[in-house]
Design a protein around this ligand. Structure first.
Ligand SMILES: C[S@@+](CC[C@H](N)C(=O)[O-])C[C@H]1O[C@@H](n2cnc3c(N)ncnc32)[C@H](O)[C@@H]1O
Length: 253
């Protein structure tokens, strides 16, 4: 199976448990929604959401963008179904299972807002794919996203390094590197520290939302290695920092 197939399957399997493990994702969606609400958008914007999951960003934004037309999309059909079950379909909403890196959009489709919370870190060609999505912005539209940035999970990585091991968590770009990908992009970073009951609890939360697919080429640890890493992580306070990058791209001239 391709890595993208693994990502689709992992999130698909997690669709039913996602919300109960998604405290961080809910907070990030809220913070992104607050920032989007400050953008100069029309009163009834046409919105395309990439990687909608179960709909946390829509839940946070809907009270702020009451008259929006909304196209929910996600790589995982099970996630799209979960969002549809939650919000219901009507004339102003559409639900499409779609890879945000290969969007099945009419070439002339235009949106006032293209948004995505915590899905771009799964993209394989982030720069090109987001640039291609940006071309679907209407004049004066905005592309707004949150994604994982460098130094995320550094405590978990350190626990591995202390034991001469390498963590399988993917590497994320620094905010400045993200901003350099797209002309006119503005990127802000905000750290969020989470404390866990144990190392196992940290892994359970990642698995509960479907975010357990390892970085390419990283073999899994043996059970013994993993137990030692978890003990080390716990000895250091069982804390994990999410460095969240919030990005904003205006429509290009
Ligand atoms: C951590 S969840 C975030 C979901 C939701 N946006 C939220 O804030 O709760 C990541 C989501 O991105 C989706 N995803 C991963 N790769 C994707 C891709 N290439 N195109 C579209 N969605 C993708 C996953 O299926 C999953 O639903």
């Amino acid at each position: 199976m391709t890595r993208k197939g693994q990502v689709r399957a992992a999130f698909g399997q997690a669709a039913a448990t996602y919300d109960q493990h998604a405290a961080v994702q809910r907070q990030v969606a809220e913070r992104l929604a607050g920032r989007i609400a400050a953008l100069p958008l029309p009163a009834a914007p046409r919105v395309l959401e990439i990687g909608c999951g179960t709909g946390l960003l829509h839940a946070a934004l809907a009270p702020r963008l009451r008259a929006a037309e909304w196209v929910f999309t996600d790589l995982s059909p099970a996630m799209v179904a979960a969002a549809r079950d939650r919000f219901g379909a009507d004339a102003r909403t559409a639900f499409v299972a779609m890879d945000g890196e290969q969007p099945c959009l009419h070439p002339d489709a235009r949106f006032d807002l293209i948004c995505s919370s915590l899905s771009f870190q799964w993209f394989e060609r982030l720069g090109e794919s987001v640039a291609a999505l940006r071309r679907h912005l209407a004049p004066h539209g905005w592309l707004a996203f949150s994604t994982m940035a460098a130094e995320s999970f550094h405590e978990w990585r350190q626990a591995h390094r202390d034991l001469g091991l390498e963590a399988a968590t993917p590497r994320y770009p620094a905010p400045a590197a993200l901003a350099a990908l797209w002309p006119g992009a503005r990127v802000e970073e905000e750290p969020m520290v989470q404390t866990y009951a144990s190392g196992r609890d940290f892994l359970r939360q990642l698995k509960g939302i479907g975010a357990q697919v390892p970085a390419p080429g990283r073999p899994p640890l043996t059970a013994g290695q993993l137990a030692r890493v978890m003990r080390r992580f716990e000895a250091q306070g069982a804390r994990s920092t999410y460095h969240i990058a919030y990005g904003f791209l205006p429509a290009e001239g």
